[in-house]
Design a protein around this ligand. Structure first.
Ligand SMILES: *Cc1c(COP(=O)(O)O)cnc(C)c1O
Ligand SMILES: [Zn+2]
Length: 430
């Protein structure tokens, strides 16, 4: 239990456990992969203890941040948890009636993680957990390998708690993400190669330098942060788990940990979650998990990414096997979406709900549309679309409607321009 001296959190984490062979390691161990089979370690909890602690502390006493169900998170140091507490989580669940009308879905919600703090993506949840772990270990530095958003989350959160951040990202990252990391004071290194190549190099680097990497050596802890998204969705629906949650997938952390979170709420008697189907969307140019699900395969075949959805451009997904389990065990499905449809879906979300997302959000909206068309999501089903990242960071790369050449807009012509807008928009030069 958390004590008055503030030394211990109420985390009920017990051990590191290998999801493949059930090998175990102590929570204080800095190993992140199973020495026997190389699978990433997962965190195990004492759920009986968690149940009694959760029942003992009413919701009204719990903070409105990612630590709301601290019992189910892996950080045992009270002060480490407190130092990142003011950031991620508690993003809005928007009743999306206008988007729903377009998709033919009457009970549609958008979980808007594009508003997350401090860096406007779902990565604030997971990196927040990794930063807390780094503090708990007494580290002075933290590194990460990033398709973009892990970088800005690590740079921001490290700056806020006084860790020195190192960000490694692949060559083709969106400009605002790379520049954002530099503007936040991170040591930034652009690796010649794609994400999967940068990831392999960083795995060696973390061993050679001892710098903890948020999404490599701290990964078991990092991943747990994603569960908080699902806890919030279920609570915000009045302790009702939705019929469907549609998520983007890159490495597969988000979708696999949302599954884990729903299992936990079920086991703790907090909500009936077994009817919730999980679906994933990926860009066609990087859809190794979707392909495996659609074809009913057993193994994920890595793919060299070719898509404008940079934050989803992971061709060799580390948590892929867990995503297969998450989707299949719940009777969910998957859809891949070509880049052109991703851009259209981004525009649709923006113009119906006022939510400016990056291609990852467009991917889930477009995937939802496909699943509805295929009858896998029915019109009255309660459906949650996860919008995981903000469009402000990708605007430089996004084609937007051009202002037609030769249309001057000044005090003398403004009224004329408005008349043209009213008559269906300015489409031709005058
Ligand atoms: C990283 C990321 C994802 C994918 O997350 P995984 O947990 O790696 O599957 C989705 N959306 C955005 C915006 C991201 O940055
Ligand atoms: Zn193992």
């Amino acid at each position: 239990m958390s004590d008055t001296a503030g030394l211990r959190s109420s985390s009920c984490a017990t051990e590191l456990v290998c999801p493949a062979c059930d090998s175990r390691a102590e929570l204080t161990d800095t190993a992140f992969r199973c020495p026997r089979c190389d699978a990433g370690f997962d965190i195990e909890y004492d759920y009986e203890l968690a149940k009694s602690r959760i029942e003992a502390r009413p919701l009204s006493d719990r903070p409105r941040n990612v630590w709301r169900f601290e019992e189910l998170l892996p950080i045992v140091s009270r002060s480490a948890a407190d130092r990142v507490a003011r950031f991620a989580g508690q993003t809005p669940l928007i009743r999306a009636e206008r988007l729903g009308a377009e998709l033919g879905l009457r009970n549609l919600y958008v979980k808007d993680d594009s508003t997350n703090r401090p860096s406007l993506s779902y990565k604030d949840r997971v990196v927040g957990m990794a930063v807390a772990r780094a503090l708990e270990l007494g580290a002075a530095e933290i590194g990460c390998v990033s398709t973009g958003n892990v970088g800005t989350a690590t740079a921001s959160l490290a700056a806020a708690v006084g860790l020195k951040p190192y960000v490694f990202y692949p060559a083709n990252l969106e400009r605002a993400k790379a520049r954002g990391c530099r503007a936040l004071g991170a040591q930034v290194c652009q690796v010649d190669g794609n994400y999967d190549e940068a990831n392999r190099a960083c795995r060696e680097l973390t061993e050679a330098t001892g710098i903890p990497f948020a999404n490599i050596s701290l990964r078991p802890f990092y991943a747990e942060g994603a569960k908080t998204l699902a806890y919030e969705v279920v609570e915000d629906l009045g302790w009702n788990s939705p019929d469907h949650i549609v998520m983007p997938a890159a490495g597969g952390t988000l979708s696999s940990r949302v599954h884990k979170a729903l299992l936990e709420f079920e086991a703790l008697g907090l909500a009936e979650t077994s009817g919730t189907k999980l679906h994933i969307g990926q860009p066609t140019g990087c859809s190794p998990i979707v392909k495996t699900i659609v074809e009913g395969g057993a193994e994920i075949v890595p793919q060299v990414p070719e898509t404008l959805a940079q934050s989803l451009a992971i061709g060799s997904p580390g948590d892929g096997p867990l995503v297969l389990e998450a989707v299949r065990s719940r009777g969910g499905s998957a859809a891949d979406v070509p880049d052109g449809e991703i851009l259209e879906a981004m525009e649709l979300l923006a113009s119906t709900e006022g939510v400016l997302t990056e291609p990852a959000g467009g991917t889930t909206v477009a995937a939802t549309m496909k699943l509805a068309q295929r009858g896998l999501i029915r019109p009255d089903d309660v459906t949650v679309i996860v919008v995981s990242g903000n469009g402000l960071k990708t605007l430089n790369e996004q084609p937007v409607k051009p202002w037609p050449e030769g249309v001057p807009c000044n005090a003398a012509t403004m009224e004329e321009v408005v008349v043209e807008f009213r008559e269906g928009g300015v489409t031709s030069s005058v």
